[in-house]
Design a protein around this ligand. Structure first.
Ligand code: DX5
Ligand code: ZN
Length: 213
């Protein structure tokens, strides 16, 4: 299991220290939550802060857009050369076009599904994606409880992925900890995002390693 700590749970007064700490502790990606106060009822960070994160991160960035007007934000973050940019399908009229745009910028495209969105919606997109991110909480805040229905959903998506595009990774975000990670692994999940579990732990290396199963 690959691990992407969410910097939303970092201490923003000591952002460089915390980003360096998770990278040194052996995380696989740095997960960055971009919220616009419209698509979700919370507002986080823009390109100025994300470029500061990119400068001190020694692991690739995984940018999760929770915004209206995805194309505008893709253009804003593309110069930072993240590994992935993921956008919510619930907020995009032309997902296929946006996937192509992200790829043309040299970035791996990913789509995010809210807890209620069925995996079948991806049938004709999966072949063009590098990753699908399944939300296991309602997007907007760290520290919420894990929604169990993501487990059968990940199993269904994993079967679709094996058939349509075995190279596409499955990521799960929200409420992940050392108690539910085994179920996610068994369901075919490749990457977990974890914010509060890692940043509330006194030993970040131990917390990250407990998820790298
Ligand atoms: C929620 C964000 C998550 C969040 C995860 O909208 O997408 O990345 O920070 O935090 P935890 O692991 O605390 O649920
Ligand atoms: Zn996220």
């Amino acid at each position: 299991m690959l691990v992407a700590p969410s910097v939303l749970s970092a201490d923003f007064g000591n952002l460089q220290r915390d980003v360096e700490a998770i990278c040194e502790a052996g995380c696989d990606f740095v997960h960055v939550d971009v919220m616009d106060g419209h698509f979700v009822p919370n507002l986080t960070i823009g390109p100025v802060v994300v470029s500061a994160i990119a400068k001190c991160a020694t692991k690739p960035l995984d940018i999760h857009l929770m915004v209206e007007n995805n194309t505008f934000f893709v253009d804003l973050f593309a110069p930072l050369k993240p590994e992935y940019i993921s956008f919510h399908i619930e907020e995009e009229k032309h997902p296929h076009r946006l996937i192509q745009k992200i790829r043309s910028l040299g970035i791996k495209p990913a789509i995010v599904l809210n807890p209620h969105t069925p995996p079948e919606t991806l049938e004709y997109l999966l072949g063009d994606l590098d990753m699908v991110l399944l939300m296991s909480v309602n997007p907007g805040f760290g520290g919420q409880s894990f929604i169990d229905s993501v487990i059968p959903k990940a199993k269904k998506l994993s079967a679709m992925r094996d058939k349509i595009n075995p190279n596409c990774l499955i990521e799960v975000d929200g409420g992940v900890n050392n108690k539910n990670v085994a179920l996610l692994k068994e369901a075919g999940v490749d990457i977990v995002v974890a914010g509060s579990y890692i940043f509330n732990h006194t030993n970040k290396k131990e917390a990250i390693e407990s998820l790298q199963i």
